[in-house]
Structure formats: C-alpha cells, structure tokens
Write a protein that binds this ligand. Structure first.
Ligand code: NAD
Ligand code: UDP
Length: 391
C-alpha cells in the first residue's frame, strides 16, 4: 500500500505535489505513470503536448474510471511565456524540469532555439524555485562531459584503455567541447551553464537542487516515427531513427561508420532512480547524478546489428541483404555536427547516495522496446508505404 511507503532511511514518505515541466515527453510520460501507479503524489503536468500522457488523463474504454482519480492535472503551458508558471511552482513541493530541445539533429541546425530552450527558458524555473524556497530536480545531460580525455590520444595509444581516460565522473571529469563552429555543442554548453547557475543558486542562496545527467535512456514512446507521428523530414534520436528504418525495411544509416560508443539504459530502470531522488531529498539534494548503465556499452554499428537481429525476431521478418549503410555526418546532420566518442558513467555517487543500480541488459530492453515499436507502428507504416492501387 502507498500509505506504508518509507524512504531509504525508514521514514514514512509524505504525499507531495510535484510540478513536472515537460511531463508530456518521453521521460515525463514514464515518470507520470510510475508516480500514479506506485505513490500517492500529485502531479501538475506542464507541457505544450499531452499525446504521450493522454492515457493517464482521459478514461478509456478499458478503464472507465481512472484509478488515480484527479492526482494528475494537465496544464498546456509554454514556459517561454506564461505567467501561470510561477503559481504552479508555488503550489508544488517539488519542481522537476524536463523541458528541452534535446535532439542532436537540432543542435547544429537550430542552435539559437537549442540555447534558448536549454538555458534561457530554464532560468525562470530556477528563479521561481529559489525565490519561493522550492526544491528543484533539473534534467541536464551526459553530454555536458562532451568528449573523453582519451579521444585526444592517438587511436592505438595504450592509455585509451585506461578507465581514468574515459570513465565520466560527476565530481572529477572535465567538460570537453569542440570549437564554437561545431554547433553540435550548443546543447551541451547551454546545459552546462544552467547546471552551473543551479549549483551557484544552491551555494549562494540555499536552493535545494538535484541535477540528473541521463546517459541515453531508451524505451517505448521515445521521440517519433517520421511520417507517422512526427514530421516526414524529422530526424529523431538513434532508437527512433533505427526503428523507422527497420519498420520501413530500409538499411540503417551509420553516421561516419557508426564507430561512436554509447551505453544505453532502459527507461524503466532509470525512472526507479528518479523516484529515489524524489522520495529521498536528504540524500539527493546538492548532488549531480549520472544515470546510465555502464554494462550496456556498444558502438552505434553494434547497436544497429543488435536491433536488426531483435527486430527480425519480434516481427518475424527476414534480414535485408544490406542491413546497414554508411553516411557522412555532414550528409546526415549538416555542417557543424560533431560527436561524443564514448560515454561510460561512473556509478559511485548514485550507488552511495541512493543504492541504485540498473538491471536490464541491452538485449532485453531492445526486445521489449522493439516489440512495442512493431505493435504500435508496423500497420501504420505499411499503410503509409502501400502503393495506391490503379483504378
Ligand atoms: P522529450 O523531447 O521527449 O521531452 C521534453 C518535453 O518538454 C516535450 O514533451 C516538450 O513538448 C516539452 N517542452 C519543451 N519545451 C517546452 C516549453 N517551452 N514549454 C513546455 N514544454 C516544453 O525529451 P526526453 O527524452 O523526455 O528528455 C527530457 C529531459 O532529459 C531533457 O531535458 C533532456 O535534455 C534530458 N535528457 C534526456 C536524455 C534521454 O536519454 N532521453 C538524455 C540526455 C538528457
Ligand atoms: N546515429 C546514427 N544513425 C542514425 C541516428 C544516429 O549513426 O540514424 C548516431 C549518432 O551520430 C550518434 C549516436 O547514433 O553517434 C547516438 O545518437 P542520438 O541521436 O541517439 O544522440 P546522442 O547519443 O548523440 O546524444
């Protein structure tokens, strides 16, 4: 029972009101589901869209009365210009800010929107929390680390294998970005500056904050499938790009050969970490947390191969003769693109403070995610790509 819930120190958890900005996005939708299903907290859900949380807001035919009653309220607000934001933050015990432009295809093509969204638009949120003595959990990114120190060594240098040259630590690693003309880094730089501002608000004005650095969280409802529930010309993040290729039976496009490395964590594991932060303020306040799965590392090429294998298993379709194709980053993203070479999160701090560890293997998380993608989109893609019958 929710009433019997206790925190990590055995204290009962009091129900709270949470102002969740960006609640209609990928992470927000999973966090709302979790909070409604497993806690008694109330959510003031702020976003410009609510498609991904509509099932939580409107009774469906299968659940004529929503089991969580009115514990979630949706406010269609653009935080760029809406005076209602401060009132909502004042009403809440905690604010979680997820709102951002966070798709790499935008960083070098819409750098102004990217910087405004990730820095300028977050400023009032930080200010209202600080002025009203409200706790803030702010979503940053693992991209603030930029490139690894090891990436500047020659390819075959033995120190590249030394973890101190690549493992990313919250309180130790530097933030290494490329030159200004590589506008890819506009996102990382804006996120870094808002982290510094929040940290300074904590140091100078006593703001109670937690900063989350997600390392490639993936799962159902991430981004969109171009031409189905998003623009045909849109370029989402890699999970949705590759899902789209698989659904359309096209080769998966490997940017610059797919040699960059990433660690992927299942959204449901990562949401467990966020719930621990929400319910254990004494352990989470004042900290920056890496949230990722260091055991799930692959090159993007290996990810493409695994996704192809898993998708064939769940869809029953055969592998294409040419499953992948190389493409230059300039052709795929345009000028100004650059890349993070490798992202291994150090887990010491989150382990010590919250005792959290990811559980799901890359294969398992891809199997459940691609089963969802197939079930949700295969028919729509088939219809969209069907040739009109000559009359
Ligand atoms: P998302 O794009 O699915 O969600 C962001 C949500 O914010 C969207 O629903 C969008 O409509 C909303 N939003 C944006 N601007 C807004 C505005 N001005 N007013 C109101 N709502 C606005 O992205 P996500 O993957 O859920 O990411 C959430 C946060 O986590 C972001 O801050 C992102 O930078 C960070 N992050 C995520 C990942 C990941 O692996 N998913 C990795 C690194 C960082
Ligand atoms: N990528 C790719 N093909 C695609 C989409 C992305 O090779 O169709 C690569 C991209 O260049 C990057 C990695 O996949 O190296 C992860 O990209 P994503 O958009 O998920 O975001 P990132 O991890 O860079 O923030």
């Amino acid at each position: 029972m929710a009433g019997a819930r206790v925190d990590l120190d055995g204290r009962p958890i009091k129900p709270m009101t949470i102002c969740m900005i960006g609640a209609g996005g990928f992470i927000g939708s999973h966090l709302c589901e979790k909070l409604l299903a497993e806690t008694q907290h109330k959510i003031l859900a702020v976003d410009v869209y609510n498609d991904k949380i509509r099932h939580l807001l409107e009774p469906g035919s299968s659940d004529p009365a929503l089991p969580w009653g009115d514990r979630i309220q949706f406010h269609r607000i653009n935080i760029k210009h809406d005076s209602r934001l401060e009132g909502l933050i004042k009403m809440a015990d905690l604010t979680i800010n997820l709102a951002a432009i966070c798709t790499p295809a935008d960083y070098n093509t819409r750098p102004l929107d990217t910087i405004y969204s990730n820095f300028i638009d977050a400023l009032p949120v930080v200010k209202y929390c600080s002025e009203n003595n409200k706790r803030l959990i702010h979503f940053s990114t693992c991209e603030v680390y930029g490139k690894t120190i090891g990436s500047y060594l020659p390819k075959d240098h033995p120190l590249r294998q030394d973890p101190s040259f690549y493992v990313l630590k919250e309180d130790d690693s530097p933030c290494i970005f490329g030159p200004i003309e590589k506008q890819r880094w506009s996102y990382a730089c804006a996120k870094q500056l808002i982290e510094r501002l929040i940290y300074a608000e904590g140091a100078e004005n006593g703001l109670e904050f937690t900063i989350v650095r997600p390392f490639n969280w993936i799962g159902p409802r991430m981004d969109f499938i171009p031409g189905i529930d998003g623009p045909s010309e849109g370029v989402p993040r890699v999970l949705a790009c590759f899902s789209n290729n698989l659904l359309r039976r096209e080769p998966l496009k490997l940017v610059d050969g797919g040699q960059s490395q990433r660690t992927f964590v299942y959204i449901k594991d990562a949401i467990e970490a966020v719930l621990l932060m929400i319910e254990n303020p004494a352990r989470a306040n004042g900290h920056i947390f890496n949230v990722g799965n260091p055991n799930n590392e692959v090159t993007v090429k290996q990810l493409a191969e695994m996704m192809t294998e898993v998708y064939c298993k769940v869809s029953g379709e055969p592998v294409l003769e040419q499953p992948t194709i190389d493409i230059s980053s300039k052709d795929f993203y345009g000028v100004g693109y650059d890349d993070s070479d490798k992202r291994i999160p150090d887990m010491t701090i989150i382990n010590k403070q919250l005792g959290w560890n990811p559980k799901t293997s890359l294969w398992d998380l891809l199997e459940s995610t691609l089963t969802y993608q197939h079930r949700t989109y295969a028919e729509a893609v088939k219809q969209a790509t069907a040739k009109p019958v000559a009359s």
